[in-house]
Design a protein around this ligand. Structure first.
Ligand SMILES: [Zn+2]
Length: 368
């Protein structure tokens, strides 16, 4: 990387630290929205690492991860530079929403445009003011409302630089995840920059484990690239389980859902992993794992509709191979492939021994 980092027309030299308030736009009230950007540069040359959070305004864990590292001076490199943007989508943050006020998802608005939607304008500013200066990036996210993700890195593992970055981060899981159109990750990739996504916890809720893992991972990355001489905290092994692919197990029918295995656990095909009931005590079903795998995400919403995603299950290379073999056998037998979500095995729980109760008939007149 060249010695020069220029943001908003201001050059930040090696050895310098700066906070730049990058003008974004105004609110309808004329209130100016600035994007605070923190830059920490060593005199010694090295890579430029970008840390971003809050692209989705309600995903608070990532904001807290970067905030703590700034607060505890953990981003001061001994070589290279760190550019940290703790909160990208200020609009969404103010309203506790994922999107911008125009309803657009910032992470589906890249590379953006100068005269496009508000989301496209924010994306354009980032692509033009920040991305040219960086080599690598970590973009911090969480699951959605009530959907929690076990700490994991998502990147295209076939791209060696991404795999190196993901392995260096050392989250519990490292999942292969293709580049999504109009995402920040894909737009950066097209400019020859390597950005990985960290997922941990859920929106609008601090998850201490996910926050700690995010901080540890960033420290490991800085150590790996020689940007730090020693860690600021105990980092642990940083060994990731490499997941080749993932799929969601969906509810076959509506009801009340209770997961019965902890987030992050390894599950075996056929294992009882959840329960689905009606609200009246008449029916109870068990949900069994359709494949061997790891529970990398859980929907903690108790009330679900048929087709709702319940468990996000990651599969490693061995599991994928075994599943392919199994589905190959099934294909031969039935002549068609059984879709993943229909493979969820839901059955009546034999243990309850409760017969369905006949509803009592109430004469509406009684209550008038
Ligand atoms: Zn997100």
């Amino acid at each position: 990387m060249s010695d020069l980092i220029v943001i908003n027309g201001r050059a930040i030299k090696p050895g310098e630290q700066a906070v730049i308030n990058l003008y974004i736009h105004k609110l309808p009230t004329h209130t100016v929205i600035d994007l605070p950007i923190y830059i920490f540069r060593s005199k010694r040359p090295g890579p430029v690492l970008l840390l971003t959070a809050g692209l989705h305004g309600d995903e608070t864990n990532g904001i807290e991860i970067i905030r703590r590292m700034i607060r505890h001076k953990m981003l001061h490199p001994s070589a290279g530079s760190v550019i940290a943007i703790p909160l990208v989508n200020i609009y969404g943050f103010l309203q506790s929403t994922r999107a911008l006020p125009d309803g657009k998802d910032l992470n589906r608005s890249f590379p953006g445009s100068l005269r496009g939607s508000l989301a496209q304008r924010v994306a354009y500013t980032i692509m033009n003011e920040i991305i040219p200066s960086i080599d690598y990036g970590i973009d911090f996210h969480t699951g959605g409302a009530n959907r929690s993700n076990y700490p994991q890195i998502r990147c295209v593992t076939d791209i060696p630089q991404n795999l190196e970055l993901g392995k260096a981060f050392g989250a519990p899981f490292l999942m292969n995840s293709k580049l999504i159109d109009k995402s920040f990750r894909k737009a950066a990739d097209r400019m020859g920059k390597y950005i990985i996504v960290y997922e941990g916890g859920e929106s609008m809720r601090f998850d201490e484990f996910a926050i700690q893992e995010g901080i540890r991972g960033t420290q490991r990355v800085m150590l790996h690239f020689g940007m730090k001489k020693k860690a600021d905290m105990i980092l642990g092994t940083g060994q990731s389980v490499l997941l080749k692919e993932s799929s969601w197990l969906r509810a076959r029918q509506a009801g009340l859902f209770s997961p019965l295995v902890p987030l992050g656990s390894q599950i075996d095909k056929g294992e009882k992993i959840g329960r689905l009931t009606d609200p009246y005590g008449e029916h109870e079903y068990v949900i069994r794992a359709a494949t061997d795998g790891y529970v990398i995400g859980v929907n903690y919403t108790p009330v679900v509709n048929g087709g709702d995603a319940l468990f996000h299950v990651g599969l490693d290379a061995v599991m994928v191979r075994e599943r392919q073999l199994a589905s190959g056998r099934r294909r031969k037998k039935t002549g068609k492939h059984v879709p993943e979500e229909n493979a969820v095995f839901v059955e009546a729980d034999q243990g309850s021994g409760v017969e369905p109760v006949v509803s009592s008939i109430i004469n509406p007149q009684t209550f008038r």
